[in-house]
Design a protein around this ligand. Structure first.
Ligand code: VGL
Ligand code: ZN
Length: 202
């Protein structure tokens, strides 16, 4: 067991990101037994949950004529328009039934503001509006983070890069993540994580 300076952050292991879900990530469910086992190795465990209102601006369905997976410009920068996913209170937004949730110290929800998406567990996509997770971890004395979950190239990468910028020592266990990989997004995310000083481990 690692000491209380080291937290496991489990990103978005929800039905909509698993096979059969609205924004399914290939093999998204394969990582769940590994995540469940890892929970026993960490004193501090946080789960994140993508949690959108039905009128969320990241949904293609809320933009006239827009195709899912197309790109648009938001006031805060470019934004992929996604299939409707992880709508608050729906089965798609629930954690996968096989994920252990009882050991979690904190479940943090993100993406609940209708006008702005939030890939990162630390900041919304404007890179300024905090979720509060930084304060939670720092006031508990956490300095090191291990990230796992879905999806490698979006919520995991954005969270890892923000965490590194905030001064945490960050490791992403790539074998315990799965990617969406949209137009080279996985390669770009890996480069960006490297550049930010994130350690990528198998
Ligand atoms: C995610 C796209 C949209 C993720 C969340 O969890 O990686 N990706 N919302
Ligand atoms: Zn989302």
């Amino acid at each position: 067991m690692r000491d209380t300076s080291h937290a496991l952050i489990v990103i978005d292991v929800q039905n909509d990101f698993c096979p059969g879900g609205a924004l399914a990530v290939a093999e998204g469910d394969v990582i769940i037994p590994r995540i469940n086992a890892l929970m026993d190795d960490f004193a501090v465990k946080v789960l994140t949950q993508d949690w959108h209102p039905a009128d969320h601006a990241s949904f293609a369905a809320n933009h006239d004529g827009a195709e899912p997976f197309s790109l648009t410009e938001m006031p805060y920068g470019p934004q992929v328009l996604w299939p409707t996913h992880c709508v608050q209170g729906t089965d798609g937004a629930a954690f996968h039934k096989d994920l252990r949730t009882d050991p979690a110290d904190l479940i943090i929800r993100k993406g609940f503001r209708p006008a702005i998406d939030s890939y990162s567990a630390f900041f919304e996509n404007d890179h300024r509006t905090p979720t509060g997770l930084e304060g939670y971890l720092k006031t508990r004395g956490v300095t090191d983070l291990t990230l796992v979950g879905l999806a490698t190239d979006f919520c995991v990468a954005y969270s890892a890069i923000d965490a590194a910028k905030l001064g945490f020592a960050v490791t992403v266990l790539e074998g315990t993540c799965r990617a969406i990989d949209l137009d080279g997004s996985l390669a770009a995310a890996r480069d960006n994580m490297h550049a930010a000083g994130v350690r990528l481990e198998a």
